[in-house]
Design a protein around this ligand. Structure first.
Ligand code: COA
Length: 374
């Protein structure tokens, strides 16, 4: 059976950055405006004032300092509080496809693979801008790849589920080369008016080229083993969907039509789930903590990653063993662990073992054990 390898990575990073200070200033101006509008009700005790957000809280609770977004002007306008993106005609590339093409071209160049050699495009992301035609098929068309494309969604774990899907197809012989792209426009499903979560997300797109190891033309990472798991939870949820218009009040500005989470519960339940998942995966593959050179974790919360890193290594990880990018990018859903992998993997030596792990809504967790070659 052929082995699958990751031979190229790419990251599209939007040009606009929002710092915590900018974000907090916009949120606080919004809260002040709402409180002024509700002044009478607040004075009479019929309504609670919206409290202010703070940069200190955001850094201490999450480790996030900045986030990249496709549009900051709308997000930072207290009268708007969401990104404003131009509506495109059907004859123009969609936003997700456009981001994916930039990341994919980087990954293809690194792999030394031409677009027309690709047999499949998997668009693995936590939201897709339309149900059909699949974004992956549009990306296939824009890049000029062959074969087929399809979209898949396993929320924050989409990219690792995409890696296993592509690797399995390569191992089974149904294709030779695949692109797994994860365009994440998290700014559009985040409620920027909610102080509890307005700081957590950013936008990005990652891309991976996977191919048969024997076809790799340069240094690469062999996919030694993958493992996926899901367990139902309502603690991260988004109720938006195609049935919306079938229900009374369907177009109301309802909070549950965007990302909602019970952050504390997620933290408490997901850390042990992910730690146990990784440790079992390593045990089953005969990989000891001493043999593990690096882990590239999902990028939601620095403290969460510190806990998981300590469990996996059995000690506090050395600097560089568990690189984080969330301070610069915030949570970019399924793309986070792939950004970390893309940025912090080229220095590994042949034979070095690493592990990519994503986790999130579902709950879902995916781990990928890779070995540096060449
Ligand atoms: N500024 C100031 N204070 C804030 C605040 C803000 N932006 N947001 C919340 N607070 C306050 C709360 O009101 C609360 O106050 P109280 O103690 O007086 O009630 C306090 O800070 C703690 O709030 P809490 O929501 O419990 O914070 P937390 O420590 O759990 O941190 C998260 C919040 C979201 C950073 C954290 O729960 C987390 O990262 N969870 C995991 C999320 C995750 O991985 N999700 C996957 C998504 S894909």
């Amino acid at each position: 059976m052929p082995q699958a390898a990751i031979t190229g990575t790419g990251v599209f990073t939007p040009s606009e950055v929002i710092t915590n200070d900018e974000l907090v200033a916009a949120y606080n101006a919004y809260a002040d405006r709402v409180n002024a509008e509700n002044a009478a009700a607040i004075a009479e005790g019929r309504s609670e004032p919206l409290p202010h957000s703070s940069t200190e809280f955001i850094v201490q609770a999450s480790g996030i300092e900045n986030r990249f977004v496709l549009d900051k002007s709308g997000v930072l306008d207290p009268a708007v509080m969401h990104p404003v993106l131009r509506e495109r005609s059907n004859d123009e590339p969609g936003v997700m496809a456009e981001m994916a093409v930039v990341a994919a071209n980087q990954a293809l160049a690194q792999a030394g693979v031409a677009a027309d050699e690709i047999d499949a495009v998997l668009c693995a992301a936590s939201n897709h801008e339309r149900p059909y035609p699949a974004i992956a098929v549009e990306i296939q068309d824009l890049l000029g790849t062959g074969g087929f494309g399809f979209d898949m969604n396993v929320a924050c774990s989409s990219a690792t589920f995409g890696i296993q899907t592509a690797a399995d197809m390569i191992r089974a012989g149904s294709l030779r080369k695949a692109l797994v792209v994860s365009p994440e426009i998290c700014s559009a499903h985040l409620e920027w008016r909610d102080r509890d979560c307005h700081f957590i997300f950013g936008d990005v797109c990652t891309a991976l080229v996977l191919e048969r190891e024997q076809d790799a033309s340069g240094p690469h990472f062999t996919v030694r083993s993958t493992r996926l798991a899901t367990r139902f939870s309502n603690n991260i949820r988004n109720n938006n969907g195609f049935l919306r218009r079938t229900r009374p009040g369907h177009m109301a500005d309802r909070r549950d039509m965007l990302f909602v989470q019970e952050g504390r519960k997620v933290f408490r339940q997901v850390v042990p789930m992910v730690s146990a998942h990784i440790l079992q995966h390593m045990t089953d593959e005969g990989i000891t903590a001493a043999a593990l050179k690096r882990i590239w974790l999902h990028q939601a919360n620095k403290t969460m990653n510190d806990f998981i890193g300590r469990k996996v290594f059995g000690r506090i990880p050395e600097p560089g063993e568990q690189p984080n990018i969330l301070q610069d990018y915030a949570n970019t859903s399924s793309a986070g662990s792939i950004i970390a992998f893309s940025r912090f993997s080229n220095d590994l030596a042949p034979g070095d073992i690493g592990l990519i792990c994503s986790f999130g809504a579902g709950y879902s967790v995916g781990s990928v054990i890779v070995e540096r070659k060449g």
